[in-house]
Design a protein around this ligand. Structure first.
Ligand code: GTP
Ligand code: MG
Length: 303
């Protein structure tokens, strides 16, 4: 164990960027071989940058997942979301631009290209969703010409875990060999913090799991009106008691989240509880409430 540090050959920071819904968070989960980020079919699922450490005998990589870059922004949270990814780019060694080749290219890709053109790092173009990009859904030719801006490109499937190892090989090839003290320090502190960050002890992680279920079980604009606050996590030996509150900005959303005779909130609560139980191997009691709070987006933006 003592020699671990000297054995590490390469370290570096890799940022995943792209328009919403291209599968950045799904790719992060595939790279880490475990769920570290929530995902959903709706755009703007990820709201904040998040960092995790990958390691194998070739070295260590800090992967940063970022919220999708949105074309048109007209709300507070949308504005905040668009400011997140650029912040992460400054210290990147490699940028992975994730595109979804089962969908036509649009303006949002140009916005992402505009951002990464400004920075002087290695760049990899990642064609995701190769599993469904067939026949009329194959939009690869629309993305191909972007390759001249990139050092490498690779087709993958985050969901089917195709070519994930190939992508990691490319990353290690492109990473610089020189050590960066700041990155080293960040790896150390992330390594220390990772366990509670992704476990049942983390209020943030529990809140994200609940928010994911809202994205999965509620439609239209409701998920965007929602934030989740975990008030309490108490280990009662036989079970873990979690008290959480869903904050929403309008009375009509509150009604939709609760549903007829509480059907919707029960569905959200049941699915969140099941996942938390699976993750922790413990029995969970989840006490879920809905609260009207018009001002959570403003507080979020001030943070
Ligand atoms: N078929 C298929 N679907 C995928 C793949 N990768 C991701 N998806 C799906 O695409 C949707 C979006 O995935 P996310 O990982 O949440 O996308 P994201 O880029 O993180 O989205 P934002 O956080 O909103 O920017 C989800 O429904 C995923 O299941 C893939 O390789 N193949
Ligand atoms: Mg995401």
């Amino acid at each position: 164990m003592k020699n671990n540090r000297s054995e590490i050959k390469k370290i570096g920071r890799v940022v995943l960027i792209g328009r919403p819904n291209t599968g950045k968070s799904s790719l992060l989960n595939a790279l880490m071989s475990q769920k570290v980020a929530i995902t959903s079919p709706l755009p703007q699922t990820t709201r904040k940058n998040s960092r995790v450490v990958y390691g194998d005998d070739r070295g260590k990589i800090i992967f940063s997942d970022t919220p999708g870059i949105i074309g048109k922004v007209d709300d507070l949270i949308g504005k905040r979301i668009n400011q997140e990814a650029p912040k992460e780019l400054n210290q990147a060694d490699i940028v992975l631009m994730i595109v979804d080749i089962s969908r036509p290219k649009n303006e949002e890709e140009n916005k992402v290209i505009g951002l990464i053109r400004k920075i002087n790092t290695k760049k990899v173009l990642v064609y995701n969703k190769i599993d469904i990009a067939k026949g009329p859904k194959d939009h690869l030719p629309e993305y191909n010409y972007l390759e001249e801006e990139f050092d490498k490109s690779i087709g993958i499937s985050a969901i089917k875990e195709k070519n994930i190892k190939g992508l990691i090989n490319i990353i290690f090839e492109l990473l610089p060999t020189k050590k960066n003290k700041e990155t080293e320090y960040m790896i150390e502190s992330l390594d220390k913090g990772n366990k509670p960050k992704m476990g049942i002890n983390s209020k943030d992680y529990i809140a994200e799991i609940i928010r994911e279920k809202i994205y999965l079980f509620l439609r239209e604009e409701v998920p965007y009106s929602v934030d989740v606050r975990v008030d309490n996590v108490v280990d009662k030996r036989k079970l873990i008691l979690i008290k959480a509150t869903i904050l929403t900005t309008a009375e009509r959303y509150k009604k939709m989240i609760i549903g007829k005779s509480g059907k919707k909130i029960k569905e959200v609560g049941y699915n969140a509880r099941k996942e938390l139980e699976l993750m922790s191997g413990r029995k969970i009691f989840l006490d879920l409430m809905v609260e009207l709070d018009k001002h959570w987006p403003e507080r979020e933006v001030e943070k």
